[in-house]
Design a protein around this ligand. Structure first.
Ligand code: HAM
Length: 409
């Protein structure tokens, strides 16, 4: 028996309903905030991810679904959505136009990680990317947008924010951090040691408890921000406070992708186990330029859909639609014709096997239909229809034309 690959899942039944419910809610909120839908290919040039997510990141280093295709191209299944949307933004020359562009997307992402609860190799993200707006009000607004999505779905979260500084203040900070880390070298894990040279701020994010202990006194980026980063960060905090969005500053929050600067944030849930990040994002003002576009400030986020799935409760399903049954197979053609007309506006299920009235009513009830229509000999001969409303518990026999007219068909 062939099973799905490790870390990959089929999506069906209640989970499928939750997935669609999530997308519907999230897309509605994103559209309200001015975002429009974009879909980019799952497969992209490997160089795109190397240059954006970064050669020093775990994603590019260890987790890419990368291969050479039949045309000898080095390609990669996208590990995240931002790089593709930025590539789309540049290849469509939107960077050459004045203006603001906001896009939302959702779909599968692929990372060759060690699977565990909340960590898959194929997972789905819902993301938003906003281009052309450097104001810190946009940083606040995008955080507000994520909070609005979670509020619409009744999902509880804690928000962590940080500022990663900019070209002006980050290099200096990096230097003082490296100086600190060099002194602790022997006590840090292998990964941290490698990162001291490749990407030292990622050391702050190490999950190893021994390393964490060593890092308690590490210099904090929030203590070395330049005046522009400092004032934006202060403004962001006050906007969050003014608008009732609770947050905590986590100066070790550095994110696993290399393209960020200034604002970085994560939404975490305490109800889903160790993989607690349900959304992450931040500013990436240099990425467009880095991928050969015209310098354009940008900010975005992505929500991990599988991680929020367990936190979603679907609204109780209301009885709806029609169940049509026949008492004799001769009535089937009539049933099919009525069903075709009804399907213009209703969900309709036709049971092809003839049964007694009681059995049909039971089946209609079981499938949560609002109306049960049963066609017997009388209905067939007289051109009438018998319908029972299973909510109001009333039944009616009426001529076919009248029924269709009543249903505006
Ligand atoms: P990320 O933090 O790598 O950011 O991923 C965003 C979210 O995707 C995570 O918070 C988590 O919920 C979910 N996620 C990540 N990896 C897995 C996995 N293996 N299994 C299940 N869920 C996972 C990004 O991807 C950025 N592109 C976000 C962004 C958009 N930044 C700016 N714009």
């Amino acid at each position: 028996m062939i099973k799905p690959l490790r870390g990959m899942k089929d999506l069906a039944f209640e989970d499928a309903a939750k997935f669609q419910y999530f997308i519907e809610k999230a897309a509605t909120v994103a559209k309200r905030y001015g975002y429009s839908y974009v879909e980019t290919p799952i497969l992209e040039d490997t160089a795109l991810f190397k240059r954006s997510v970064g050669e020093s990141s775990d994603i590019v280093n260890k987790e890419m679904y990368q291969f050479i295709d039949k045309g000898s191209n080095d390609v990669c299944m996208r590990p995240e959505g931002t790089a593709g949307v930025v590539r789309f933004f540049i290849s469509n020359k939107l960077d050459r136009q004045q203006g603001k562009f906001k896009f939302f997307y959702y779909g599968p992402m692929f990372r060759y990680e060690r699977p565990q609860k909340g960590r898959l190799r194929e997972f789905h993200q819902f993301g938003c990317e906003s281009f052309g707006e450097a104001s810190v009000y946009e940083d606040y607004t995008i955080i507000e947008l994520i909070a609005a999505i979670f509020d619409a779905l009744n999902i509880k979260y804690a928000l962590e924010i940080n500022s990663l500084g900019c070209q002006e203040c980050m290099p200096q900070y990096r230097e003082s951090l490296v100086e600190f880390l060099e002194k602790k070298k022997e006590k840090l894990c292998e990964d941290c040691n490698r990162r001291i040279t490749t990407n030292p701020i990622r050391v702050l994010d190490c999950k190893n408890p021994h390393c964490k202990e060593q890092l308690v006194d590490a210099p904090k980026i929030t203590g070395s921000l330049c005046s522009s980063c400092e004032s934006d960060f202060t403004k962001l905090k006050s906007l969050l406070e003014q608008n009732g969005i609770e947050y905590k500053v986590n100066s070790n929050l550095v994110r696993g992708l290399d393209y960020y600067n200034k604002t970085a944030f994560e939404f975490v849930s305490s109800d889903i186990g160790a993989q607690s990040a349900i959304a992450g994002g931040g500013r990436y003002d240099r990425l467009v330029e880095f991928l050969d576009g015209k310098p354009t400030p940008a900010i975005g986020f992505a929500i991990g859909i599988e991680r929020v799935m367990d936190l979603i409760s679907l609204p109780e399903e209301q009885k709806s639609g029609y169940y049509i049954g026949v008492m004799d197979s001769e009535a089937l053609d009539y049933a099919i014709a009525i069903a075709k007309a009804l399907k213009m506006s209703e969900t309709v299920t036709v049971e092809y096997t003839p049964r007694k009235l009681k059995a049909h009513l039971k089946a209609a009830d079981k499938m949560n239909a609002r109306y049960c229509m049963v066609i017997g000999e009388d209905e067939l001969q007289n051109g009438t229809l018998w319908v029972k409303d299973l909510v109001e518990k009333v039944e009616d026999t009426l001529p076919q034309e009248q029924f269709l007219k009543r249903n505006k068909l």
